[in-house]
Ligand binder design. Sequence first.
Ligand SMILES: [Zn+2]
Length: 65
Amino acid sequence: MSEPKTYPGAPVELPLRLVKLEPTPVEGCPSCTELAKVRDWARAGNDQTTVIDCNVLMARHPNGH
Ligand SMILES: [Zn+2]
């Protein structure tokens, strides 16, 4: 029995250009986890400045933060 891998509802259309610019939190890193959380809140509040700040800090992960 093979079921097609589909999900209910329409696929979420993300602005790909924005998504591509966003770093992803590194698993197991408390700082990245925190930044991802703050970024979500900022996005929900339409606070683009904080979103960008979080992205910048998250992108610095390899150098430590
Ligand atoms: Zn990190």
